[in-house]
Design a protein around this ligand. Structure first.
Ligand code: UD1
Length: 426
């Protein structure tokens, strides 16, 4: 198995460029199903999750070519199946993003129910309730959701109980094919939602209000759509991860290729932690000269603090000058990595979805295990500061969402390497 080995205590500084956003690219790939023909996506990250979405599309009948680095050409002309089986959904729950596009194109879909995953239950009841309001009929048997539209799709007013990203995306895509207008209230406002709405509009859809809590979609029918070329927005979470790496070692680290506005609250919290942040149109620099100030954070839907930056920020707070409370409101199992951080000397008490983090002066290198994608990155970041060697195993989690993570850290001067050792991953 491969592990990441970090020699801590080295300064890191310099510049790094992020790839396109994982959470955008996956949904834009799914959206390509809606317009038969050749869609070209630029700035697609070369990560394991994108490969899984590629397999999902191929299973449906699409052809995919990597035209040049980070450019995917997806031909959906011959997509003729509407079934996404459990072996793929189990690998990546974001594969349920094909539900809306398949319903839009074929009026039907069969998608395996996602099971639990290492960060939580990841239910899809809100996707189902919302789509039912549009006229979709669901039957669930043998672990699969069968969607059909016996009377076609019609526009509806849907108020989401919670601003779910996945439910907003599936509803937005299905309602493009509905008769009449759909309104999604309490819609998710993530930048990736705006990216998807922009691509749908380029394809000929009429989506207004993305980025606000109320999205209006005037149904145009899939026949009105055409395939497009679209560039994926920069990955705000990858950017935040490298800023956290810079901050833990002092930096300065400049991250390019994303919109700092997409990291609004993360940057504000870093400043409150006495990390100095300089920002431009598509870059940001983090540096730290003094101690990290302990501040509380709680994850919330955008523009709140992203759950995907909780673990990396936790690693910083573990070295804070006092006590911080980290509250995770989105996923129930997202403190698992914290037990590994404790192996590195962190002082953490977990009480339900709150973690009480008492700062220690330094981490101490240890053998630790990635528990999930962001938790794995957070452990590597902690290793950069630690005294001695840290070995992070189960790094397939990190490969899901970070392209060339080790190489990029090496580019900043980190003493980090990917090495193959005896043993098996869990
Ligand atoms: C979530 C994050 C998103 C992040 C993505 C990848 C939020 C609000 N969403 O999106 O920013 O990019 O993970 O890590 O931070 N839920 C239900 N029923 C549903 C749908 C969701 O109960 O039908 C629950 C989920 O179990 C979870 C929460 O709502 O507790 C957030 O769900 P959602 O936003 O849909 O998750 P993702 O789309 O995966």
């Amino acid at each position: 198995m491969d592990v990441i080995r970090v020699v801590g205590g080295r300064p890191i500084s310099g510049e790094v460029t992020v790839e396109g956003a994982k959470n955008s690219a996956l949904k834009l790939m799914a959206a390509s199903i809606m317009a038969p023909g050749v869609t070209t996506l630029q700035n697609v990250p070369n990560i394991a999750d994108v490969h899984v979405m590629g397999k999902v599309l191929k299973r449906l009948g699409a052809k995919i070519k990597v035209a040049s680095a980070h450019e995917l050409v997806i031909d959906t002309s011959n997509v003729s199946k509407w079934e996404t089986p459990y072996d793929l959904v189990a690998q990546m729950r974001a594969s349920t993003a094909v539900l809306g596009p398949l319903i839009a194109r074929f009026g039907r879909a069969v998608v395996a129910m996602p099971g639990g995953c290492n960060i939580g239950a990841r239910k899809i009841d809100m996707h189902i309730l919302g789509l039912e309001a549009l006229g979709v009929h669901f039957e669930i048997d043998h672990g699969n959701i069968h969607a059909s539209t016996p009377d076609g799709l019609h526009g509806a007013e849907v108020a989401l109980e919670f601003a779910s990203v996945g439910a907003t995306e599936n509803l937005m895509m299905a309602s493009v094919a509905a008769d009449g207008t759909t309104v999604i209230d309490n819609a998710a406002r993530e930048p990736e939602i705006v990216d998807l709405a922009n691509m749908l509009n380029e394809m000929g859809a009429k989506v207004r209000g993305a980025g606000s809590p109320r999205i209006e979609i005037e149904g145009v029918g899939v026949d009105a759509l055409h395939p497009v070329e679209h560039r994926v927005i920069g990955d705000r979470i990858e950017a935040g991860t490298f800023l956290a790496a810079g901050a833990i070692c002092g930096g300065p680290v400049t991250v390019r290729g994303f919109d700092p506005e997409h990291l609004g609250l993360v940057l504000k919290k870093m400043e409150a932690m006495d990390i100095s942040i300089e920002r431009g149109d598509d870059w940001c620099t983090a540096r730290r000269d003094g101690p990290i100030r302990s501040v509380d954070i709680q994850t919330l839907p955008y523009p709140g603090f992203p759950t995907d930056m909780q673990a990396q920020t936790f690693s910083l707070l573990g070295l804070g000058d006092g006590t911080a409370i980290v509250t995770e409101n989105i996923f129930e199992n997202r403190f698992m990595f914290a037990s590994e951080l404790v192996r590195m000397g962190a002082q953490v008490t977990i009480e339900g979805h709150h973690a009480i983090v008492r700062g220690v002066p330094h981490y101490s290198g240890a053998e630790v295990r990635s528990t999930d994608l962001r938790g794995g990155a957070a452990l590597v970041i902690a290793g950069l500061e630690a005294d001695g060697y840290t070995t992070v195993s189960n790094i397939h989690h990190i490969d899901r969402g970070y392209e060339r993570f080790v190489e990029k850290l090496q580019g900043l001067g980190a003493d980090v390497a990917r090495v193959t050792v005896e043993g098996t991953e869990e």
